[in-house]
Design a protein around this ligand. Structure first.
Ligand SMILES: [Ca+2]
Length: 466
């Protein structure tokens, strides 16, 4: 958190939320204010520039809030920094702290900055839980029960950081109708039926199953075809197996695209769009409302494949092939060209570095909460381990420090109807095309052990109430 030189006084306000924390026995953690205080003190001491001193502190009862005022007499420029620490869920020893920093630098007289300071503190003191949570819509090809799609949803729902505005569903790994049913049932089992499940696109914008079969005859078989995979194929409106039971709740009476548009217009620049499946719903939202992307806070998605180091047959001869982008290339093209403020990508390359092993499943299975029982009952390994595809995109959004290396590239999808149809295209600054392409923050490497700990902690924790 850089503080600017030349400030005559800097005010730094920290807010630490300790709700929904548990100790090792699952009880509410009573020491959170102390832990929060320690972290606040550490952050403040880490960021206090030289030649400045702490002159005041303010605490608030509902959370730990501190203000640090530091004085520097060099000139009349003012800097104002607000930092908010959010307590991650799970057991105390495994706590991770996220720091959101907003910084603005203004030239103004002393009384104005003090008014600004007190306004922010007042706002912080009066904020309730929902106000301080990070708003997110989960767009997902939500096959189930358990599996990467549902587990990624659960990580986001289980975090006390989040306010999940809704789960919009799209055909991909399975058909829309069965995905909606699995998602409704998941939410019933964990007691979160307040989260709307919103049906979206049943088919990609352009690609069809029949055309894809002809493409395969010419260019070779595709390993994973999602809902169209021959083994276990069934008609679009059939449910398939529902071992977790049939839902009794109903999906929202609105389509995903309009829901997405309505939410970003209701909360402009506040809503993160999480994409764990093909981008059909997002493309439709952009088509309906060209301001959709710019009104969202950011796009976070699992998808794309660059240069995966693997002998996995899905990628060994087709390193640029990735299911989510491939299944609806035209949608991905529309979405990746839209004017998002930020795009964050969890590609195949980094997901292949993760392992959902039996050991990990057993750790979740040892939990006693409804979520732990659900995962423990329905999680299955395909071989000796699964990759944690979408789960990593969820976890890295909750705690970006899980990502230890990232890079920026420009990204699009190959729309030529030949052998490369649907494959990932990327460029660097030096060779990107003249046409509009957006920079994408691509995750390259991660702290796997911390990721696994977070995975277990969230999926064994009590589900946060609405
Ligand atoms: Ca998915």
């Amino acid at each position: 958190m850089p503080l600017q030189n030349g400030h005559s006084r800097l005010c730094l306000s920290l807010r630490v939320s300790g709700r929904d924390c548990q100790d090792a026995d699952g009880n509410a953690e009573s020491k959170i204010p102390e832990i929060a205080k320690d972290h606040a003190d550490r952050l403040l001491s880490d960021t206090t520039p030289p030649n400045q001193k702490r002159i005041s502190r303010i605490g608030c009862p509902s959370f730990y809030s501190r203000r640090l005022c530091i004085r520097n007499r060099q000139n009349s420029r003012w800097g104002f920094t607000i930092a908010r620490l959010i307590y991650a869920p799970g057991r105390t020893r495994d706590c991770t702290w996220n720091c959101e920093v907003k910084m603005c630098e203004v030239k103004m007289k002393a009384f104005r900055i003090w008014i600004c300071t007190f306004a922010v503190l007042l706002s912080a003191c009066s904020a309730n839980g929902a106000d301080s949570k990070r708003k997110i819509i989960i767009d997902q090809d939500a096959a189930g029960p358990a599996g990467s799609d549902q587990q990624a949803i659960l990580l986001l729902v289980q975090s006390p950081q989040t306010e999940v505005l809704g789960i919009t569903v799209v055909t991909g790994d399975a058909w829309l109708t069965e995905e909606v049913a699995h998602t409704l049932r998941t939410l019933e089992l964990i007691g979160r039926t307040d989260i709307p499940v919103v049906p979206g696109a049943e088919y990609p914008l352009v690609r069809t199953k029949e055309e894809t079969e002809r493409w395969e005859q010419q260019y070779g078989a595709v390993v994973w075809l999602g809902a169209w995979t021959p083994r276990g194929y069934h008609a679009p409106r059939d449910l398939g197996a529902m071992p977790e039971g049939m839902p009794t709740t109903k999906p929202a009476n609105e389509d995903a695209a309009h829901f997405l548009v309505r939410m970003v217009r209701k909360y402009p620049h506040e809503v993160t769009i999480y994409e764990g499946g093909p981008m059909t719903n997002l493309a439709l939202a952009i088509t309906i409302d060209p301001e959709f992307a710019s009104l969202a806070k950011e796009l976070v998605f699992m998808g794309a494949s660059l240069n995966p180091q693997t002998d996995d047959p899905e990628f060994v001869n087709a390193p640029r092939h990735e299911f989510n982008l491939w299944f609806d290339p035209e949608a991905a093209h529309i979405v990746l060209r839209a004017p998002w403020k930020t795009i964050v990508c969890t590609p195949v390359d980094i997901s292949l570095k993760t392992r959902m092993s039996m050991d990990l499943i057993n750790k979740v299975k040892a939990g006693t909460t409804p979520v732990a029982r659900y995962i423990g009952t329905y999680a299955r390994l395909y071989g000796t381990y699964n990759y944690l595809w979408d789960e990593l995109a969820s976890a890295a959004w909750l705690d970006p420090s899980l990502i230890t290396k990232k890079e920026t590239r420009y990204m699009d999808v190959n729309l030529d109807r030949g052998a490369g149809y649907g494959e990932t295209l990327t460029w660097s600054d030096s060779d990107k095309p003249k046409r509009d392409v957006q920079p994408v923050e691509i995750q390259v490497d991660l702290d796997t052990e911390r990721f696994y700990k977070m995975f277990v902690n969230l999926l064994t924790a009590e589900t946060p109430k609405r």
